[in-house]
Structure formats: C-alpha cells, structure tokens
Design a protein. Sequence first.
Lengths: 673, 324, 228
Amino acid sequence: MSTVLTQQSTAMPPCQATCPINQDVRGYLAAIATGDFRRSLELVRETNPLPTICATICAHPCESECRRGQADKPLSIRALKRVAVENGGPLAPPSRVSSRGQKVAIIGSGPAGLTAAHDLARMGHRVTVFEKDAAPGGAIMSYIPLYRLPRELVARDIDNIRALGVDIQTGKALGQDITLDELRQQGYEAVLLSLGLPVSRGLNIPGVDGEGVLLTLSFLKAVNYEGYRLPPDKTVIVIGGGNVAIDTARSALRAGAKAVKMVCLEAPDEMPAYPWEIEEAAEEGIEMNCSWGPKQIVVQDGRVTVLECMAVKSVFDEQGRFNPSFHDDRCTLIEGDIVILAIGQASDVAWLPQQGVALNERGQLAYDPATMATGKEGVFACGEVVQGPGSAVRAMSHGRQAALAVDAYLRHETVAFEEPFPLSQLDERVKSEVKGVDRQAVPLLEVSRRVTCFDHVDLGYTPETGVKEARRCLNCGNGAQLIADKCVACLTCVRVCPYGVPVVREAGEVDIRADQCQACGICVGECPANAIAFRMAGVEDIPQRLEAALAGGKKEVVFYCSYNTFYLRGADTLATVGIPCLGKIDVKHLLQAVALGAERVFLVGCADADCPYHRTLDWAHRRIDTARTVVQQAGLSGVTLHMLHLEPQQFAALPQHLSQAVQEAAHSEEQND
Amino acid sequence: MAESQPLKSGSNLEKVLAAGHLAVTAEVGPPKGTSPEGIREKGAKLKDYTDALNITDNQTAIVRLCSLAGCAVLKQVGADPLMQIVCRDRNRLAIQADVLGAVALGIKNFLCLSGDHQKFGNHPNAKGVYDLDSTQLIATLRQMRDDKKFICGDDVSGDTPMFIGAAANPYADPFEFRVIRLAKKVKAGADFIQTQAVYDVDKFARYMELVCDMGLDKQTHILAGIIPVRASGMARYMQTSVPGVAVPQSLIDRMKAAEDKGGEDRKQRGEHGREEGINISLELIEQVRQIPGVHGIHIMAVNWEDIVPVLVEKAGLYPRPHVE
Amino acid sequence: MIKAKHKSIASIGDMLAPYRRVLVLGCNTCTAVCLAGGEKEVSLLASTLRLRSTINGQKKEFLEFVVQRQCEPEFLEEAKGLIQGADAVLSLACGVGMNCMAENFPDKPLLPGNDTTFLGLSTELGLFTERCVACGDCLIHLTGGLCPLARCAKRLLNGPCGGSEEGRCEISKDVPCIWQMIYDRMKALGQLDRLSEIVPTREWSMNDAQGPRSFVREDLRVQVAGGG
C-alpha cells in the first residue's frame, strides 16, 4: 500500500506551527476530548519542559491562529493545557534519550536557560545551571505576579528538570561567583548565556529621582520574593502600557494601594499589553489614562504629589518606529503618592567583556543567530538577552534552538533551524460549513476577592468543561488520506463530504485536501475501493481494538463516540470500542463484531446537538441499517444491532441505557409481529 | 381540401369529410375475451349515428380482442371500421402484415398511435416493441399505399386503399411543439387527426389557431375528441390517473354540484351527474364545431357507448349524411 | 459507465449451493465506481455469505479478490491461482467481465453476483440512470445531444407522445420527459427547426437485429500465421 500525500498534509496545524515550541496541540486536545488526560499530558510534555508554567501563563499565540477562529471562536488552548497538567499526572519524570555525556554550563535559569538545560540533559549531556538569584526560574520567579502563577507550580516543572540530572546552583552569579575561565577549567565544554533582561528602563524627566519613584522590576521582585507591601493609603501611578505595567498595577493594588492609575502613551487599542490583561485590570478598578506622556513628576517636601502629563499626538512616526510626539499645550495632572516606572527592560551585559565576551557597537551581547555563538569560543547565548523582550514561550523556543546549537558544536557539526509551515487557511466553502460550538469560558476568581490578595485569579476548567472545550477542535490536517493507487475515481467521497473537501484535480485525479478536511470520517466508510485511510488516532485501529474487546467470548459489544469517554461509567465489564465520532464507523466493523461472535451490537452516539459534525449520525444510522440487512439476509436471527443517542451525562449509566434499548427493540418487534 | 382530388380509400369517413360535412366518429372497446357479440351490438347501435367506428388496440395496454378482428366484426354489421394500431406491441413485420390483412378484409381507416406505455396495463413486464414510432408508422402506411412499397422497399401487391389517421394531444407539453409534431404527422401522411379529449376549449382554440396559421387544416381533417363524463369521480380519475388527458377543476366542480342536487341518494346523484355530463358534452360539441379548422368530432364514450346516439341527436348531427 | 447492482443474497445463496470454496471476485473499474464491485463490496458480500454459511452449518469458504478489470484476460492473470483454487467464482463485475472470466477459465463455474443494468451515470449520490443503449448508430446530433432511444419510455424519435406533462414522462412523475428536455435544449441552441424533420425508420441492424454484435478494425488486426 503506497500513499501519496500532498505537500499540505505534512504541514502543521496553525496552532502547532505558531507555537514557538511547536506543541502538538491537536494531539493533546484530541486526548482531552476523548477523556485520556494522561495521554494529553504526555503529548504536552514531549515538547514542553515547563508544562505547568505554560499551562498557567503562556501568552498562547496558538489561539489567534486556531482555524476554528476563522469560522467561530478559537479553542481555549492554554486553559486546556492546564486541564492536561492538572488531570494527566502524575507522570514519571522525563528521561534521557541518549548519553552524549559532555559538560555544559548554563548561566541563568529563566525559561530559555531551563529549556536548554532540559533538552541538553535529555540528549545526555551533563548540565549545570548557575542562577544568581536565590531560586531558579528567572523572570518567571522574579517578575510574574503570584496571582498569575502560584510558585508551587513552578517547582513542579523545575523538579522534573532536576530529575533529568540537571544541577541547578542558585546564588551563583557569573562574573562575581564564577568566571568563564573557571568553568572551562572545571571541564565545561560549552557555556550558554541566558541572562534575561534584569534592568528596568528609567525615564529622563524632572522629579524622577524623588522619593516614591520606583522601578518596576525591583518593585515586583520585592513583592514576589519578600512579600513587600505598600505603606497604607497610597495612590500608585504606574507608567507604561505593556504586560509588565499591568502586572505592576495589579500587584500594587494587591500590595495595599488605595488606588492605582495607569498612564501610557498608547491609545487603548494600541496598548502592547494583551487585551484580556487590560480587561482584567479594568475589572479590578485600575484607572487607565491612555494617550498621555509623562512630562514631570512634581515632588513637594521630598514626596511625590502629582504626575504632569502631555497629550500624545502620535506614538509612532511615519516609518512606524516608536517616536512619540506631544501636544505641548495640552496637559493634565494626575495625583498620586508613588510612581512606578514600567516602561521597558534592558539587559545587564556591560561586564561581559571582562569575561572575554564581546559586545556589539550598540553595547549589546554580540551573537550569531545562525549558530547562537557569541564571540568567545564555546560560549553561546539565547533568550531575551539577545532576542529582546517577549513571551516566556518564545524564550523557551530560543533555549531549545540553543540546545541544538550547543549539541552540534560539541559534535563539531553545524545546525540548521527549520521553520515549520502551517496548513493553509480554510476556504470559504469549508468555513461556511463549520458547525458553531460555544467556547467554554474560563472561570476567574471574583473581582472583590482577588483585589485583596495574591490568590491565583485563573480558576481553570473543570475536567468536564475541558472535555467540552477540547472537542471543539477541528482536528486540522488529521483527517482523511487518499490512497491514490487504490482510488477508482468514483467520486463518492466528493459527493458524501459535507464540507466540499475532496476535489477533482487535473487528469481526473481526486484530491482529498488534507488542509481542509474536518476529520468527520464519513468518506472512509463509503469509499467502495477502501482507498481512504485516516490519520486521526482511534480510527485505523478499530478492527484490532474490537478483536481485543471481544476476546474471551463476550457476546455484546458497544461502539461508542469516544468524545463521551470522560462520562462513561459502569462499562468496565463491557466490550467497548471508542470511536472519535460515529461517522467513522464502517459496516465492516459491525459485521466483524458479528463474525467474532457478538450477538448484540450497540452503536452509541451523541445526541444530535452535541455532535460537532454534520450528518455523521445520519451516516452511522445508514450503516447500522445496512448491517441489519446483512445480518437478516445471512439468517442470523439471534443477532440484534441497536443504535442509541445519549446525552453526555447519560453515559454515566450506559449499561441501563443499553438494556432499555434492548427491551424497547424487543417490544417494538412484538408489536410488529 | 380540394374536392376534385381522387379518394385515397373510399371509406365512408373519407367520403363524408371530403364532402365537407362535419364528421362524427366514435370508439368501440373490444372485449377481454373471444365473444364478438358486444362489438356487433355496439356497431349496430352506433353505425347510423356515426361515420366510422374506432376499434381500440390493447387500449391502456390491457389485452383485448385485437383491433383487426374487431374491425372485421364491425364490417359484418355494416359499420365503417377504423382500425387503431399502436407501436407498442408489434414490430414492422407484424404491423405491415396486419395492415395487408385488414385491407384484404375491407378495412380502410387506420389510426396510427404510439400506444399507452405497457407499465399501465395488465402486463407491465411486457417488452415494449416500439420498433416504429407513430410518425414512422404513418409514413409506413402512406408508403404502402402511395408507393406500393414495404419499408424494406419490396413491392406490395394488390390494391391498397387506406385512409390514414393520427392522434394529437393539444394539451400535452411542450405546448409550442404540439403543432410542429402535428405538422410532422401530416407531412408523414396523416389524412385525418383524432384529438385527445377537449375540455379546455380556449386552449384548444389557441392550438387550432396555430394549426390554421400553418395551413394544416387544409392538408388534414381534424376531429376534436369528446369524452362524455358520467360522474365527478370519473372526471377526477381522468384528471389524476389518465396520461395525456387534461381535465379542468371547474368541470369536476360542476359535476359535483350537479350530483349534489341528487342529495344523499346514490341513484339520484348518478342521474343528475349523467344529465350534467351530457349537457357538458353537448356544450363542448357546440363550441368546438365553431372553431375554424375543426372538421369533425370523435366521441370516446368508454363503457358508455349508449350515450353516443343521444349526443349526436341532441347536437343536431343526426341523421348522418350519406355520401356516394 | 456500465452500471450494475447486487443480486439478492437469497438468489446468490441458491446459486452457491453446490460449491464449498468460492472466490468473490471484484472488478475495480465500472462496477467499483457504481458501488457494486470494488474492494468494499467484495468484502461486504463475502462477510455476509460467510455469516450465512456459518448459520447454515455449511462451512463454506469465501475468498476475496479484486482485479483491475474482469473484461481483460491480462488482468485476470493476477487472480489465476485463486480462481483455480476455488470451486466457483462469484463475479461482481458487469456482464462483460463475467463473460470474459468464463471464457478464460473454461473449467470454472461462473456465478453472477451482479445484475448488469445499463450504461448510465450517477446523477446524484445513490441514484443511477440510463443514458445510452449502445444502439450502434448514434443519432443524438438530431436531438440536442440527448438520446431518446435510451431515455424515452417509448423510444420515440419524432417528438413527445401525448403523455408528456410539465416536463415529466407519463410513466412516472420521477422520470423527466426527455423530449421536453430535447425541445428546451434545441430551443436554447436555436435549432428548433431541426425537430420538424421526420426521423425515418431506424436501421436496427446496428443493434440487435443481426445477432451478437462485433466490429472489425482492419488497421489493428494482426494476421495469425496459419490462421484462416
């Protein structure tokens, strides 16, 4: 059996292609949807060394690319990752996949450094991470507010990395406690600098040196590490419009501020902070002063009293560069007692030349993005220190690249980084056929409670809402696959597909467009030449699972829609075969069950409204009808086939519903007699 | 039609039409059995009120005594028989042979039809022959008569007097094509036409206008079909179940209203209905004979042959002309 | 393409009575396309027959195979071993393939699993309709490309009978009147005048009037040495 794939079929779903660490989102969502949380976590962990952290704070660029978002609302992917993390464990810690055994030092234990450490350790290298602070985690530990990321969660991920044999030494700063030369002497063959951006940018305006003017990073660190609380009755002004500014404002509120006012250059729709962050801050009563630029901080008696601002004309110049201009004549006064500057972060690398690592002409760490190498032999760099500010997951991706680069260096090889390419967009016809399914809202701690403490705001999905949400996934690129040399070009697939996915190409060849397929599976059961294979897990292996289920001479078998596995109860003694939507059941499966000795065959599907597909249940009905005809023609009077539609909750009492169906069928039989 | 032309068959019907009289023909259904008595009886009863009598050919695809034999029986009682031939049941060999036999027995009028589909009859699994279509059948008879040739080109021996007819349905679709089709039949050799039952006189008049515009009324004789309606039920049955017959709802309503005058009594209802049916038929006859190009009427009183003399008499068409 | 459909299981069962080991032989061309002879149908039928035979305690054996086309001896070669090893071949080809099968395996009983219905197409999923009677003397240039021999219940060549009503045939409201379609098409093509011409009596000799049909392409014939 040979297969011909279009190029598209090897493309990644957009969620995965967009994810900086290319998480198999489709895979772990499918696992959640079918109730296999353990599998979902395994899949998350395959490419993610910090699953708990990402499940909690990831900026989830995947969601903006989600193709359901083109026709409906996107999947709530980050929240689903949390479902996997919270319900999939405990898993054994990750293990090494090879044992190369060379010594590598990593400076800095932020997301980039930890990812590189994890990856290099899995390759078998002996990795030591040097962290200047008291705890590993870098920016995650220092700057992410506790209400967004409870610290015990960070520990879980870091423990797993330690379990790989990574030695994390805290309180060790390069240049102070250790030098590159010492590391070389200790046998480290490569050093990776993942130093992050530990310096808050200042502002050159009058009054900035006054008492009561703080820099955000030291403020956040003090709050997070030391439990710093503001003096009572203080109004805090936060300058800045990015995510860190929001974190600062919300932290200030929880740290005891009477009121918090944000001031930023950008108009509301220009703010660099994520919209949901802005929204949650506003819910908490934080005042937004948009399109205002700080002119001076008025200090009286050595204390901050007022921030004077000028109206912003524009933030960006005609070339689109950051270059704010102001209406000098339009000013406003914003009263407050404390001003916190949250207008950006910078690296701290001025000392690096002393270690023999060169800076570029702009005073930044010089490195070659193609090899991740710095100017010093055996020394590499990754993460925000060379990339500039960005999300944790982006830094993780860079750490992963750095691990590959370091490993290649150690093997005297070169490395090439491949850009994944995403599946193309849904075409209009397909889009118009996608059945809308409500996105499950992620519950949050109520506002009145959350402003008083640092409790985790995001409450996360229950497993049940997670299952509901996960089954919204369109399974992009994971559907039908034409086996070209078996195809007889009958066009049955073209005619049965509710989405118009199969098309006729030049020279009369049929193309079941992998990038458009919605994985409903109707075509598979109808193809007269058995020329359609299926990519999605749980379809091609139905015959084997059926055989295993009926082993031991069981006389009943239940084919059920595995999107209800989560709810399934009391079926332990039954022979069951889960199928991800019954549109994928084939008459041959039903007959196989009969041939294996089953006397009662049940097909248990969702209630129509719950099915995310079109017409799959209709086709399942036709197939059971065909099987009934065959059974009747074969003279198998003792064999009955039943089809049931159940609400998810009814799966909890599956055995009762099955016997009810048998009774009803017997009753209607009697009436017909 | 020019009077001076020699007659093609010398049948009574041809002579009546050639003389410019309004012709009257009627239909006699043969039995589903061997007795000739019914035909004989009907023939005797109707012959003085009509100019020729059709014997149907396995009408509605139900097997009956064959039209050739039926015509021979009519001949015995002195009627001018008109032999219907459908393409459904016989191939060109059988049809040409039957025509030879018919002429030999003195049968001179023929009506060439496609035939109702076998699906409707009592042998729905029969193989439909349709070796010839109705137009080709007309042409075949014309060729046998005028050229003395069979289809294959072999000579036909003996005299071949034949008056060749065809059917037309002004109500079937596509309406615009109906006149073209009539023209084809005329061109193929149709000397006369018996139409499907006329109820919607306006539509028939429009059809006849097109017929006259094409000059077809000068090349053939058109006899308007009349099916007397006995009861509203029969009208409704024809409306829904008989192919090619267009029965307007107004006619059914009128029959129903008349029957209602009979109250609950079945017999009374029946009599009122029949009376109204006769009235309607008389009105139709009166109306169609006024339409230019109509040269006669053809009464198809299925299982109600007794009514033919009544209609003919009441319509003032009795006695029938005797043309030498 | 050629269209066919399965015979009833009961009638197939009767045919199979004398045989124990039966090859269900599919055809991956016309009958696969009309969902009567491809791999799926072969396995479905074989499964049905297996179940049936188990019930009846017959212990019959059903083998499955699908060839590219049963109407080419070369394609049958692939199945030769299976065919020879079976007591009979239940063919899911069309009649053409079945005949070819029988001719090439003179010792092997050939049983028809399909009824070959007509030359036609699938006008919609699950609906197959006739389009051509292979009359051997195509005339559809006269009828707007639509064949009245295949599609008129009375094979009329000179226009619709009196039963044509609102575009439907008198035999069923589900059957379109092909003459209405021809008329509409000729009208659209501006060729209505052509329908005034009388189409003369057909020469059926190209069809079934002269026994089994064949034709010769002399340019392709290879003279067999010593042959007549």
